[in-house]
Structure formats: structure tokens, C-alpha cells
Design a protein around this ligand. Structure first.
Ligand code: 13P
Length: 235
């Protein structure tokens, strides 16, 4: 079973969320569908044919921290997955890998599966070196790596309509899986994210190492999202 995660980012208002949820609740799949709305809308998603995720969590357990949301609170809302370390948070909110590790550990303690985003920020860089550094900085401080999921999202592919060539995605995902086996003796699922859409999904589906997708823009349009889900049924 593959995982299809929709990261709605900071989009949609309540009426749009309600309409989106109505359509999403009609989507059937043999794969696991997860929707990650903004915090205020989490409880509008009901976990029936899909699961609910969040886009972030506090690195602190609980207490006086205005504006933050804890893993314990997310768990009480039936959140099953949480995206951590998205490149947009690194870039615009100066999130560090140390903070990401703390978030991962708190999520694991609360039985929420962390979806850890990693990826190089230029298509010209040696992506393997960047990815190895990022992975090690985050995972060396994580207690139970087998219960995490990695999302490989090349930063330059996010929201640009451009994806790396198929061989390169395949190579990088294999590299990530091997590194985690060799260094931590753990097996994890690795998702791909960055400009996945109904047009390139068939090509991406040819990469058997991909365990699912982290979708941004295409998942905002429920028709496109359904199309992607349907195209994943055939594999
Ligand atoms: P896009 O699909 O819009 O490129 O976004 C990907 C992403 O950032 C998912 O987390």
C-alpha cells in the first residue's frame, strides 16, 4: 500500500474546507490517503476513507507557548501523521534540523507518524551530499527511526512544475533507503514530493522505490487530486 499525502499548506477558508472534505470523503482508494490542512480545520476532517495529518507540531511537550500546538493536542484530534521540517519552514521560519529532531521524538512518543522532509535546494548541487548531511543531523537524535517516514522533496522542484529526471529520483530514493539501513539498521518508507501532478504521475509511478507522494498544489484542486489517486490504483 502506498501513501498519498495532501499538504494543503496555508490555503483554503472554512467554506472551501467544507466543500473539499465533502468531495474527499467520496474518494476511494486501496492506498492510504492523508490530508494535512491548517490547524484550525483539522477537526473538520473526519478520518473515514482517509486519515488526517498536520503540517507542523511544537517541539515543546506542553505549557505556556502562545500560538503553538502540541503533539498531545494533535493526538486528541486523531491526527495520525505530521509533516516536519518542510523546506518552507527552514527557509521562511528558520527552522533548524535540531528542532526537527525534537519534533520527531515528541510525535513518536504520541504515536503520530512523522513525515520528515528532506531535499537539496539546487538541481546543480551534489544532492546526495546535502541529503546525507540533513538526514544524519535529524536522525542521529531520533529514538525510533523505523516508525518514521521520509519525504524526499527537492526544494527546486516544489511549486515549479519541474521534477528531476526519473533516474535521479530513483537513485536518490535508493540512496536514502540504503543509508538508513546501513547507519541505523532501520527500514523506512520514502515518499517523493515536488510538482507531482496528473500529467507526470504515470512516469513517477514507474519508480518502484517510491512508497507514495507528498502533494502540494495539485492536491488543492480536488479533481486533480482524484485523478492522481485513480492513476495510482493501477499500480
Ligand atoms: P508542490 O506539489 O506544489 O510542488 O508542493 C510540494 C510540497 O511542498 C508538498 O509538501
Amino acid at each position: 500500500m502506498k501513501l498519498i499525502i495532501s499538504n494543503l499548506k496555508m490555503n483554503m477558508t472554512l467554506p472551501e474546507v467544507i466543500e473539499y472534505e465533502q468531495e474527499l470523503s467520496k474518494v476511494n482508494s486501496t492506498n492510504e490517503i492523508v490530508v494535512c490542512p491548517s490547524y484550525p480545520f483539522i477537526s473538520y476532517f473526519k478520518n473515514n476513507n482517509y486519515k488526517v495529518g498536520s503540517q507542523n507540531v511544537s517541539e515543546v511537550v506542553e505549557g505556556s507557548l502562545t500560538g503553538e500546538v502540541s503533539a498531545k493536542q494533535l493526538k486528541s484530534l486523531n491526527v495520525k501523521y505530521t509533516i516536519v521540517g518542510h523546506s518552507e519552514r527552514h527557509k521562511y521560519l528558520s527552522e533548524t534540523n535540531e528542532q526537527v529532531s525534537k519534533k520527531v521524538n515528541i510525535l513518536l512518543k504520541n504515536d503520530i507518524i512523522p513525515v520528515i522532509c528532506i531535499g537539496e535546494d539546487t538541481s546543480l548541487a551534489n544532492n546526495v551530499e546535502t541529503i546525507e548531511k540533513e538526514l544524519i543531523e535529524i536522525l542521529d537524535n531520533v529514538d525510533n527511526i523505523s516508525n518514521t517516514i521520509i519525504a524526499y522533496e527537492p526544494v527546486w522542484a516544489i511549486g515549479t512544475g519541474v521534477i528531476p529526471d526519473i533516474d535521479s529520483i530513483k537513485r536518490t530514493i535508493k540512496y536514502i533507503k540504503n543509508l538508513i539501513i546501513n547507519r541505523y539498521n532501520a527500514k523506512v518508507k520514502v515518499l517523493y514530493g515536488g510538482s507531482v501532478n496528473p500529467t507526470n504521475i504515470d512516469l513517477l509511478n514507474e519508480i518502484e522505490e517510491i512508497d507514495g507522494y507528498l502533494l502540494g498544489e495539485a492536491s488543492l484542486d480536488i479533481k486533480k487530486f482524484k485523478e492522481i489517486v485513480e492513476k495510482m490504483e493501477v499500480i
